[in-house]
Design a protein around this ligand. Structure first.
Ligand code: FRU
Length: 497
C-alpha cells in the first residue's frame, strides 16, 4: 500500500526535477560552491551522517516551488564535503501521518542500526483539528532507497505539549542504547525532551533535558545534543527569542538523571541566515555542523520569498563548520579545511600599515572568494575599520562589515546590498588583550559568511548582489590599521546545477 504511494510521489518529484533543472541552473543567483537544490526550496539539513565512507546529507525539500510547503527529504552524498552528488529523494509524504499541504516529512536525523541506515523524522499532518506532529521511522538497506516503518508513528506528543509543537528528533547511541532529543513546548516555554530506546522502534520518555526560562523562546526547533571534550553541548534554534536564532549551551550531563546543567551559552552565528544546524562526527573524529543559510524570522514570510525564488529555487547550506571548545568553554565554529581545495588564484599582502582617513583601498575583485586577514592590535590606533564587499563601480550597492575595535562591536549591514535584502546584524566582540584580531570570510553569489575572533563571533547573511558587483574595499576612517597579513583566493565552482 503505502510503499507504492511513496515511490510514486518520489518518481513524480524526480521527473519534475529532471524537466526543470536545466532552466533553474541558469539563475543569476545560483551559488558557486555552497550546496543547493537542483530545483525548488530547501530548508534544514537532516540526517547528516558519515556512512560507509561517504558524507550523506538529507534535507527539507519542496522540489516543485521556490517556497516552503509539502516537505520531502532530498538526499546528496560527498567524499570531501565540498563536491556533492544529488541522489534520488529519500522520503516523500505518503501516509495519513505525514501527507498534508503545509505538512509532510519534517526534520530529523540518521543512524546506523541493525546493518541498515535508519531515519527518524517528524510526520506532520492535519486531520481537521489542527496540525499534528509525531515521530516516525524509515530505513534502508542500501542507504539510497527508503521504506517507512509499518508501525509508524512511533511517538506522539506527551501530555501538556501541543500537538503542533513536537518535532525534529535527533538520535544518537550510547552504551548500547539509543537516545533521542526532540523539540517541544510546555506552558509556552521551549523544551528539549529526552527519550530512550533499545531497538530504535520503541521509545520511552526519559527526562526534560533542558528548558527555556523564557529568555529563549516558546519552542526549540532542531535541538542537537553532543559531547565535546569533557562537556556536553546543546544547540537549538529558538522560536520567539527575537534576534537569537541559533543558540548553544555548554555544561554537564548525566545519563543517570537525564539532566543537563549548563553554565555557558552563546550564539553559533549572529547573522540573519544561519539556522537549524545539525551536527555529526565524521571519519576523522571531527564534530561538524551544517546549517541552513536562511531563517524564518527575517524572511518577508509568505509575501516575497526573494530573488532566488523568482528563479525557481531558494536556499543553500552554509559552509560545513567544525565545532571546537575554547578554554573558557565558549565554542568556535571553524570552516572545514577541505574548503582549501577550492582555492584558485591567491593574492597576499603582509605587514602593511594602512593610514586612515584616506581613500578606501581596493581589494581583489571577485564575487566567489575567500578572504583571511589578521590585524595586529598592538600597532593599530584605528578605533574601527570596515570591509565593503560585493560593491558596484560607484559603491551605491555595497555590503558593509564593520569592526568597531574600541566599542567592541561588529556590524553586518546589508541595507544597500542589492535592493532587496535588509537589516544590520550585530554582536559584541570580546577583545581583551591587545593581540591579533582575525577575520575569515567566505563570499559566494548570494551569501557572505564572516568569522571573527578565532571563529567565535560569526555572522552569516544572504546578499543577492548581481555577479557584476565584484568590487571590494577596505575602509579605515581614522588612525592606523596594522595588517599582519591579508590573503584572498578566488574559489572554484563545485555546484554543477
Ligand atoms: C526548522 C523547521 C523544523 C521543521 C521543518 C519543517 O526550520 O521549522 O522545526 O521540522 O523546519 O520544514
Amino acid at each position: 500500500m503505502s510503499k507504492e504511494i511513496m515511490q510514486k510521489n518520489i518518481a513524480r518529484a524526480q521527473a519534475y526535477i529532471d524537466q526543470n533543472k536545466e532552466s533553474v541552473k541558469q539563475g543569476r543567483m545560483r551559488q558557486d560552491y555552497h550546496f543547493m537544490p537542483q530545483t525548488g526550496w530547501i530548508n534544514d539539513p537532516n540526517g547528516l551522517i558519515f556512512y560507509k565512507g561517504k558524507y550523506h546529507i538529507f534535507y527539507q525539500y519542496n522540489p516543485y516551488y521556490g517556497h516552503w510547503d509539502y516537505m520531502h527529504w532530498g538526499h546528496a552524498v560527498s567524499e570531501d564535503l565540498v563536491h556533492w552528488e544529488h541522489l534520488p529523494l529519500a522520503l516523500a509524504p505518503s501516509e495519513t501521518y505525514d501527507d498534508h499541504y503545509r505538512g509532510g516529512c519534517f526534520s530529523g536525523s540518521a543512524i546506523e542500526h541493525d546493518g541498515k541506515l535508519f531515519l527518524m523524522y517528524t510526520g506532520c499532518t492535519n486531520n481537521g483539528s489542527g496540525f499534528e506532529q509525531t515521530q516516525c521511522i524509515a530505513f534502508s538497506e542500501d542507504g539510497i532507497h527508503f521504506e517507512k516503518y509499518e508501525g509508524n508513528p512511533v511517538l506522539a506528543a506527551p501530555e501538556g505539549v501541543p500537538k503542533h509543537l513536537f518535532r525534529d528528533p535527533k538520535v544518537w547511541k550510547n552504551d548500547g542504547k539509543y537516545y533521542m532529543i526532540c523539540g517541544a513546548s510546555k506552558n509556552n516555554l521551549a523544551q528539549a525532551l529526552l527519550y530512550v530506546s533499545e531497538d530504535m522502534l520503541h521509545w520511552e520518555f526519559f527526562s526534560v533535558l533542558a528548558q527555556s526560562r523564557g529568555e529563549w523562546g516558546y519552542m526549540w526547533e532542531c535541538p542537537d545534543f553532543f559531547p565535546l571534550g569533557d562537556k556536553y553541548v546543546l544547540l537549538v534554534s529558538p522560536m520567539g527569542a527575537g534576534e537569537r536564532t541559533c543558540v548553544y549551551m555548554v555544561g554537564d550531563f548525566s545519563y543517570e538523571t537525564g539532566k543537563f546543567v549548563w553554565d555557558v551559552s552563546g550564539e553559533a552565528d549572529w547573522g540573519f541566515d544561519f539556522y537549524a544546524p545539525q551536527s555529526f562526527v565524521d571519519g576523522k573524529g571531527r564534530r561538524l555542523v551544517i546549517g541552513w543559510a536562511n531563517a524564518w524570522d527575517w524572511m518577508p514570510f509568505w509575501k516575497d520569498w526573494g530573488p532566488a525564488y523568482r528563479e525557481g529555487w531558494c536556499g543553500s547550506f552554509a559552509v560545513p563548520r567544525q565545532v571546537k571548545m575554547n578554554a573558557d568553554h565558549t565554542l568556535s565554529f571553524e570552516p572545514v579545511e577541505e574548503l582549501e581545495t577550492l582555492r584558485g588564484e591567491e593574492t597576499v599582502q603582509e605587514n602593511v600599515l594602512v593610514e586612515g582617513g584616506r581613500e578606501d583601498i581596493p581589494l581583489q575583485d571577485g564575487y566567489a572568494y575567500e578572504l583571511k586577514m589578521e590585524v595586529d592590535l598592538k600597532e593599530t590606533t584605528a578605533s574601527a575599520f570596515s570591509l565593503l564587499l560585493r560593491c558596484d563601480q560607484d559603491r551605491t550597492r555595497q555590503t558593509k562589515i564593520t569592526f568597531d575595535l574600541k566599542g567592541q562591536h561588529m556590524y553586518f549591514d546589508r541595507n544597500q546590498a542589492d535592493g532587496w535584502s535588509r537589516g544590520v546584524s550585530h554582536s559584541p566582540l570580546r577583545l581583551k588583550e591587545p593581540g591579533v584580531f582575525s577575520v575569515h570570510i567566505f563570499v559566494d553569489t548570494s551569501s557572505i559568511e564572516v568569522f571573527a575572533e578565532d571563529y567565535r563571533t560569526n555572522h552569516s547573511c544572504n546578499v543577492f548582489a548581481d555577479r557584476s558587483q565584484d568590487k571590494n574595499f577596505l575602509s579605515v576612517p581614522a588612525g592606523n590599521l596594522k595588517i599582519r597579513s591579508m590573503q584572498t583566493w578566488s574559489l572554484k565552482k563545485t555546484m554543477d546545477c
